[in-house]
Design a protein around this ligand. Structure first.
Ligand code: ATP
Ligand code: MG
Length: 589
């Protein structure tokens, strides 16, 4: 057996390349001298701190500019999951350095979502919920220190000039004429940027690296810009804001993050991440061990769009009823649809974490939800497209108890009573005047079992003027009740569900289909909006078994033979609304 280090890792954990990196880092004792005072800060803040008792620190750093989507769930399970498994801490950090699009409404929703998925940001007595905007002063100091060490300068070129002089993938960029300003000149200009007297875009602070670097991100990237905008937390304290690529590494460092896990599009930013933190360490603002960035493939899911910008568009253009429309791939939408945290956990475990971009079929997500709901949901009966079945030889006022198991694979969940009467609702599809091949359900002369009840023999039917069947007639065979001695005396091939007309509860059911008609919305059309499936919602009136009369919002059931359904938050006892989460089998063509 391999020697175990003091961080015990369970064997059944899904292994991935990030876990391998962490294992290696821990075995190298990379963090054995890491100090942490209990709150974020730079070198001086942690100078006299004890050793960090968290083995690793990760973070989930959403920008509060929209609602979280299913892609974020992958990142949440990864970051919080690693912290949990390695006895570390995962911080929830609002990356709110861009004042314009951010809002408290999003902050609240993100907090709810992370908790809903089963995580919190506590570690021992620490409450690791942070806002990047709390670090604006430190970031400003960091910028000053880079100017002082000759590693940053204020550029007064116009945005167009900066773009032109950046060069291309094949041609080196040109040095800015402002690149050789003295430290004092740069300090004065940076103070002018901060003074509020300069308009947006007049100047920008840039890191001084290498305009000929093959990595365009290293060609003197902008690190601070002027933006006269009110921030949702810092108000009008600042009119200069740090660029994301400058802010993010600093946020990680101040929070003592060990593994900064992000999606692949940031791979080219890693050299700047390391450059910046090393400079700030050399300038005495930070100390080792510095955080390291690791990239993984983002989740791409067929038939949906996973980008906050596009999701905002779907809501504002009213293609859906709101952020929590059950067709939306937002976590609030998924919740209302009946997708569960356990289902997301199974899904993310299955798709794993890799370094190569790929597309995951939406069916994989639905299968995970089905699997989890199959275990967690009790069964109930619902007739979605009702026609009447009359048992002619059953007395008009007779009522009889039938017993239906709440879960076919779990007897401990007990049984419930369903009342049998002379008139029942059955599915329109369970009767045919002229049966097609291999049709074993009701047709004149055929016998089927009324699930949990009797075998019945179909004797006739009524049609309306349009030829639509309105009522089916049958006679029951008294000795054949399910569970009785004679239950097996008559063999039938069909078994149909039903609810008593006298006892049934009427309800509205929302049947959801995919929001987009194609696997890759927008790939072969002018806009992804052109690929919207116009019939992604069908609402119908259905008949539920009487035991659902007291159903409460967010209660979930399997409706036998139909799929999984959740009671909508807008549902009430007078007006029951159910949303179909997913069908029993994948029948999407
Ligand atoms: P969007 O492109 O939808 O706006 P984003 O990346 O800008 O998403 P952030 O709020 O910055 O959203 O993301 C927070 C975290 O979630 C980041 O670490 C990001 O890498 C991760 N994340 C976002 N989208 C996905 C995805 N599709 N798959 C995996 N992780 C994701
Ligand atoms: Mg973003």
């Amino acid at each position: 057996m391999a020697p175990m280090s003091d961080h015990e890792i369970k064997d059944d954990l899904p292994s991935n390349f990030i876990r391998s990196i962490i294992d290696r880092n821990l075995n190298e004792n990379l963090y054995q001298n890491k100090k942490w005072i209990g709150s974020p800060g730079g070198a001086s803040h942690h100078a006299n701190a004890p050793l960090d008792s968290a083995k690793i620190r990760t973070r989930f750093p959403p920008e509060p500019n929209g609602y979280l989507h299913i892609g974020h769930a992958k990142s949440i399970f990864l970051n919080f999951g690693l912290a949990r498994d390695y006895k570390g801490a995962c911080h929830l950090r609002f990356d709110d350095t861009n004042p314009e699009k951010e809002d408290e409404e999003y902050v609240r929703s993100i907090i709810d979502n992370v908790q809903w998925l089963g995580f919190d940001w506590k570690f021992k007595d620490e409450d690791n919920l942070y806002y990047a905007s709390s670090y604006f002063s430190f970031m400003h100091e960091a910028a000053l220190s880079l100017i002082q060490s000759g590693d940053a300068y204020v550029d007064q070129q116009t945005a167009d000039e900066i773009r032109e002089n950046r060069g291309t993938l094949t041609a080196a960029g040109k040095n800015s004429p402002y690149r050789q300003q003295t430290v004092d000149e740069n300090l004065t200009l940076f103070a002018a940027m901060k003074s509020g007297k300069q308009p947006d875009g007049a100047m920008v602070l840039r890191a001084k690296i290498d305009m000929a670097s093959p990595n365009i991100n290293m060609r003197d990237p902008a690190i601070y810009r002027i933006k006269h905008a009110e921030h949702h937390r810092t108000g009008n304290d600042w009119c200069i804001y740090p660029m994301y690529t400058f802010a993010h590494p600093i946020e990680d460092a101040l929070e003592g993050i060990t593994h900064s896990i992000c999606t692949l599009e940031f791979e080219d930013q890693r050299p700047f991440y390391d450059w910046l933190l090393t400079k700030l360490k050399n300038n005495g603002l930070l100390t080792d061990p510095l955080p390291k960035q690791h990239e993984f493939a983002r989740l791409n899911l067929t038939y949906v769009v996973l980008s906050k910008r596009r999701l905002i568009e779907l809501v504002t253009n009213q293609h859906v009823s709101g952020w929590d429309d059950p067709r939306m791939p937002t976590l609030v939408g998924a919740k209302r649809r009946g997708y569960t945290p356990a289902g997301f956990k199974l899904f993310t475990d299955r798709i794993g974490v890799s370094k190569a971009d790929s597309w995951i079929d939406y069916v994989t997500l639905e299968d995970a939800m089905r699997e989890v709901l199959n275990t967690s949901c009790d069964r109930r009966v619902a007739v979605l497209d009702p026609i009447k079945l009359v048992i002619s030889n059953y007395a008009e006022d007779q009522v009889e108890d039938c017993f239906a198991p709440n879960h076919p694979q779990d007897e401990s969940r007990g049984k419930r009573v369903i009342k049998l009467t002379r008139e029942l609702w059955i599915e329109r599809q369970d009767f045919m005047i002229e049966p097609e091949k291999k049709y074993f359900r009701l047709y004149p002369g055929n016998q089927v079992r009324l699930r949990y009840g009797y075998v019945v023999n179909c004797t006739g039917y009524d049609v309306d003027k349009k030829g639509q069947v309105t009522t089916v007639y049958c006679e029951y065979l008294p000795d054949t009740k399910s569970g009785s001695a004679g239950a097996d005396s008559v063999k039938v091939k069909g078994n149909i569900h039903w609810v008593s007309c006298k006892h049934a509860v009427e309800a509205k059911v929302n049947l959801y289909d995919r929001l987009f008609k194609v696997e890759h919305p927008g790939a072969n059309s002018e806009s992804y909006l052109d690929d919207i499936n116009e019939s992604s919602l069908t609402s119908i009136t259905v008949q539920l078994e009487e035991n659902l009369v007291n159903i409460k919002p967010m209660d979930q059931f399997q409706f036998e033979r139909h799929g999984y359904f959740i009671c909508d938050p807008d549902s009430s006892s007078k007006n029951i609304i159910m949303n179909r989460t997913v069908t029993l089998r994948d029948n999407w063509k």
